[in-house]
Design a protein around this ligand. Structure first.
Ligand code: PLP
Length: 391
């Protein structure tokens, strides 16, 4: 098998699994209880909080563990919207956010908040000047992702953050795809909140974290016990949180080396695919892009067709995001970047990870051209393009 869908999820690192294991077995204490078994769990939880905080230059008290990256986004957006609603009800985001952000905003619109969805250019970039112009007296929150999960474009977060600070508006960013791929320092990025997820960085599924700058108020989403500084009720996922902490610790040790490796592989994919296949568009920014994402629109065929053919060869890839590829809707990201429905339907995302090899990349670029040719031969879009002289 050749796994090229690391933007969807990653395999748990053996060292992460080893760190988690005791907390699923002998050290099963509830961190809120009053005996040594519980104290062990409590210590492990706080150690993980320290690991995450240190990696992003935050304080441990500014890290709240959540049930996933989606929950971290929901909490940042709905939590601040409800906490600051007396100061205004306007929120700014972009048209290319993950659905965890977009649907949180939609849900707030239904509750009387107003949301501006900023457009992006053809490379997927948000324009900070346009963002500045969209800030109003009643704007309480700006949420713009750090790196896009479908096309890999890196947004100018630090600039957007300083703009928000000048205007006295809170700034949240979804950093689920960038953790471990780009340096993350909450001071340099000028963010008030940042969302993370463990399973995108070789940690377990079902655990995430939200960085919340000291002083920022959030109304909690989950009521009950006083876990997580009273901000998120529910007995902590101790093993999962320990896994997140360990995964982040491993990033500090090996991310630089891993990123060099995957950048090389990404560039091999991009150049070979562009050379060997006609009518392929590289989507996203040519240089301001995440090291692990190679994304394309293969003209005149459906992305789903390519995925099926790749799967038959043991190659896992995706078309758009995992969330949209279950449906036949074109990617909202590609549409926002100005691609037509026809072009957007041919999207293909190959996302790399630390275990991929040059041999695997060579195999993919070897089989892909024939697959595309076979699919085009039976594609009505290709026949039409021929008839009208487009190809
Ligand atoms: C995967 C992803 C999420 C959601 O994280 P989960 O832990 O799967 O809920 C949010 N934002 C981005 C950009 C993602 O890639």
């Amino acid at each position: 098998m050749i796994y090229l869908d690391h933007a969807a999820t990653t395999k748990v690192d053996p060292q992460v699994f080893a760190a988690m294991r005791p907390f699923l077995q002998d050290q099963y204490g509830n961190p809120s209880s009053f005996y040594r078994l519980a104290a062990q769990a409590r210590r492990a939880l706080e150690e993980a909080r320290g690991q995450v905080a240190q990696y992003i230059n935050a304080k441990p008290g500014e890290i709240i563990f959540t049930g996933c990256g989606s929950e971290a986004d929901n909490f940042a957006i709905k939590g601040t919207a409800w906490a600051y609603r007396d100061q205004g009800r306007h929120i700014i985001t972009s048209a290319i956010e993950h659905h965890a952000v977009l649907d949180s905003c939609k849900s707030l619109e239904a509750d009387g908040f107003e949301v501006t969805y900023l457009p992006v250019d053809n490379t997927g970039l948000v324009d900070p000047h346009q963002l500045g112009a969209a800030i109003r007296d009643d704007t309480i929150l700006v949420t713009i992702m750090h790196g896009n999960n479908e096309v890999g474009t890196i947004e100018p977060i630090s600039e957007i953050g300083s703009l928000c600070r000048e205007r006295g508006v809170l700034f949240h960013s979804d950093a689920v795809q960038t953790l471990g791929k780009l340096p993350i320092d909450v001071e340099k990025l000028n963010v008030d909140m940042l969302a993370f997820s463990a399973h995108k960085i070789y940690g377990p599924k079902g655990v995430g974290a939200l960085y919340v700058r000291r002083g920022v108020k959030l109304r909690r989403l989950i009521d009950g016990g006083s876990q997580e500084f009273g901000k998120r009720a529910g007995t902590e996922n101790v093993a999962g949180i320990v896994g997140l902490g360990k995964a982040v610790e491993l990033l500090a040790e090996r991310a630089d080396e891993d990123n060099q490796h995957i950048t090389t592989l990404r560039d091999q994919l991009i150049s070979n695919i562009q050379q060997r296949i006609e009518h392929v568009i590289l989507t996203g920014h040519p240089t301001q892009r995440l090291p692990h994402i190679a994304s394309f629109c293969v003209r005149y065929i459906e992305g789903e067709g390519i995925l099926l053919s790749l799967d038959a060869e043991g190659i896992c890839a995706s078309s758009g995001s995992a969330c949209t590829s279950g449906s036949l809707e074109a990617s909202h990201v590609l549409l926002a970047m100005g691609y037509s429905h026809d072009v957007a339907h041919g999207s293909l995302r190959l996302s790399l990870g630390r275990e991929n090899t040059e041999q695997q990349v060579a195999r993919v670029v070897e089989v892909l051209p024939d697959m595309v040719k076979r699919l085009r031969d039976i594609s009505p879009l290709w026949a039409d393009a021929h008839r009208s002289g487009q190809v």
